[in-house]
Design a protein. Structure first.
Length: 293
């Protein structure tokens, strides 16, 4: 028995519908797979980008930390250089103060020595002239009419200046030719500080330069030996000096020796040096007596 086309047609239509549905499902599946692949690719790219960003941030942080380390090292080096420069400056300043003090002492000694030599030379020339007038030319001890047998400079070595001539010339020189400088000593009980700091403070406050002859710590007291104008300045500006050296609201104990160191020893006209002025302050007992005056 043969099957008619009309009977087969519904089945063909149904098969076509099934094929269409299968095709649509396949297309949807392909699209879903493509979308999933695209999403996975985007996720991979995002992960790669995030990793690159993290690596870049880590590199930048490491660079910043390295720069900070270098800056700290440079800062430390700069601080050390500044500290070393300050120490060198302080050392140079102290050496300069010491050299200036030595120069002042040497200049004073040289001036007195030069003046003493000049005075002695004048007296020696006068004595030679007087001796020549009395002996009739036999000044050197060479007999008249004979050549001298002395070598050059031998007569000068044999010439002896009497001690009384030296003393007389020095006394006349110091009492007349040189002005007498009046010295005094001022004692102050203040906390100990460096001599250079105290000198710098006093000069900044208006202390006449060269007025201070010597600073000396004896016990807990600072003794300033100087010309009268120096101690007069200290007495006049005592309150300001106390505030500068010790701080506001404090008072330094001050005393000035009653005796004026105008002269020392047998000759009252002989100027005194700082060491001689401080000789009376060489013991704590002497300091105590001086502070009680």
């Amino acid at each position: 028995m043969e099957i008619e086309d009309d009977e087969i047609a519904p089945y063909d239509q149904e098969a076509e519908k099934v094929q269409e549905i299968a095709a649509r499902e396949k297309a949807a599946a392909d699209q879903a797979a493509a979308e999933q692949a695209a999403a996975e690719q985007a996720a991979v790219e995002q992960a790669v980008a995030e990793q690159a960003a993290a690596e870049k941030a880590a590199a930048e942080q490491e660079a910043v930390e390295q720069e900070a380390v270098e800056l700290r090292a440079e800062l430390k080096k700069t601080v050390e250089e500044i500290k070393a420069a300050k120490e060198r400056k302080e050392t140079i300043r102290q050496r300069l103060q010491a050299v200036k003090a030595k120069i002042r002492g040497l200049n004073l000694a040289r001036s007195y020595l030069s003046a003493a030599i000049a005075g002695l030379t004048a007296r020696q020339v006068g004595a030679q002239n007087e001796n020549a007038a009395q002996t009739g030319g036999q000044v050197t001890g060479t007999p008249p009419g004979q050549d001298s047998t002395r070598t050059y400079g031998e007569g000068k070595r044999r010439r002896v200046v009497p001690e009384d001539v030296k003393a007389g010339a020095a006394a006349a020189l110091l009492s007349k030719a040189q002005p007498v400088t009046e010295y005094s000593v001022l004692g102050m009980k203040i906390p100990k500080r460096k001599y250079g700091e105290i000198r710098a403070l006093l000069v900044d406050m208006g202390m006449p330069k060269g007025a201070m002859t010597r600073l000396e710590w004896v016990g807990d007291a600072l003794w300033i030996v100087g010309r009268r104008k120096a101690t007069e300045f200290l007495q006049r500006d005592a309150l300001r000096l106390d505030i500068t050296l010790m701080g506001a609201g404090t008072t330094a104990t001050r005393t000035e020796l009653s005796m004026r160191f105008r002269g020392a020893g047998a000759d009252p006209a002989r100027p005194v040096y700082a060491q001689e002025a401080l000789r009376a302050l060489s013991t704590p007992e002497a300091v105590r007596r001086a502070m009680l005056q």
